[in-house]
Design a binder for this molecule. Structure first.
Ligand code: NDP
Length: 282
């Protein structure tokens, strides 16, 4: 039977550690505030923003909400970001994606001061990660590294295969595994023989966006399998990119969906808000 990697427990552990750290900062007179900007009323975004606010409350970070109407112009949003960049009481700025179609996401994300870029999406943050310099790391892949480390799974020297090359998951994931001295391969939709590559993996991270695509035939006996995907199936139940029932018997460890990678993303966002204090001093 595979070890079930418990993201709920590990994310709680991280949030409790951060809560203590935030209390220490408060005692030194440092109050951390996160600005959360939502444009429009996308229901999924509203749920994510609500969860981020709850996590802030739990940890003791102040969340400052900007709920902007759908027809906000790019200039208006840029002006708000500029104001928040100048405001020393704000340690992190988060613009909830996706933005309405009339806005250019790249322009908006680039406008955030890299020292407040707690999502880790600014090109400067991504560049810093690739050359091993201090900066914010995208929350989902950073959370996966924590899941592995806190589950006692060694990364150094392992064959790590990442399926998916998105800017927010696949690419930063590969860079982080490399930083941890894994031997890393990235696969994507043009990979010629996906099964042949994934079957080499000691650690397989799947971020494809295709429900239950990865079954046991893609997995080496004893591999650690991390499922980033989140989908609702026909019965409105959550499932991942990995066919859990098929893969669990061959894996040595596996993340469930829900309760695996999902809870880690917000925990790492909170971690980035706390790290913002030190990064500001650098
Ligand atoms: P994207 O759609 O941006 O990227 C998907 C990647 O998978 C692409 O690189 C694509 O390749 C690759 N891909 C698609 N089909 C195949 C295939 N048949 N074989 C091999 N590779 C394939 O997705 P994201 O990275 O943003 O997200 C991936 C999943 O993770 C989604 O289900 C998303 O909902 C979930 N997610 C979960 C989070 C969490 O907190 N748990 C956070 C972020 C995402 P190509 O580049 O060639 O098109």
């Amino acid at each position: 039977m595979a070890q079930i990697i418990d993201g709920k427990r590990i994310s709680k552990e991280i949030k409790d550690e951060l809560k203590n750290k935030v209390a220490e900062y408060k005692a030194q007179g440092v109050e951390i505030a996160l600005a959360v900007i939502q444009v429009g009323k996308d229901p999924a975004s509203t749920v994510y923003v609500g969860n981020k606010k709850k996590a802030c409350e739990y940890i003791g970070i102040q969340s400052v909400a900007y709920e902007l109407p759908e027809d906000t112009t790019e200039e208006e949003l840029l002006a708000i970001i500029d104001k928040l960049n100048q405001d020393d009481s704000i340690y992190g700025i988060l613009v909830q994606l996706p933005l309405p179609k009339h806005m250019n996401e790249d322009h908006i994300l680039k406008a955030i001061d890299p020292k407040k870029d707690v999502d880790g999406f600014h090109p400067q943050s991504v560049g810093a990660l690739s050359i091993g310099q201090p900066g914010f790391v995208s929350c989902t892949p950073a959370g996966i590294i924590q899941l592995l480390k806190r589950s006692g799974i060694e990364i150094a020297g392992k064959e790590c295969v990442v399926v998916g090359r998105s800017n927010i998951v696949g690419k930063p994931m590969a860079l982080l595994l490399l930083r941890e001295n894994g031997t890393v391969t990235i696969c994507h939709s043009k990979t010629a023989d996906l099964r042949e590559v994934t079957r080499r993996a000691d650690i397989l991270v799947v971020a494809i966006g295709k429900p239950k695509m990865i079954d046991a035939s893609y997995v080496k006996e004893g591999a650690v399998v991390i499922d980033v995907g989140i989908h609702r199936n026909e019965e409105n139940k959550l499932c991942g990119d990995v066919d859990y029932t098929s893969v669990e018997p061959v894996a040595s460890a596996i993340t469930p969906v829900p309760g695996g990678v999902g809870p880690m993303t917000i925990a790492m966002l909170m971690n980035n808000c706390v790290e913002a204090v030190e990064l500001r001093k650098a």
